[in-house]
Design a protein around this ligand. Sequence first.
Ligand code: FES
Length: 100
Amino acid sequence: MEATLAGEDLVVWRTGSGVPCVSEARCPHQWSHLAHEGVVDGEELVCLTHFWRFGPDGAGWKANLDGRRDRKGDLAVLPCVEHDGAIWVREPGAEDPTGA
Ligand code: FES
């Protein structure tokens, strides 16, 4: 799902095991919008343009057919929490946005 915060395009997604994630929306390779060109595969968000993969920590990888994984560019991630069915971005140093 796409979102915008302070003019920044974001992608909000959930890993296969249910971990909520928020990151910058643009793939660091060739700028595809991951809310439109990305799919979740297990615990990673995959850019369908050239198949770079990103974990919840934003680390970028390319998986080769022989099983080798090569490091690629990373996505900036925003810390987030889930509360009452919504995903909230937590600014560094700020109080919990859910008030919990
Ligand atoms: S634009 Fe995302 S992998 Fe190339």
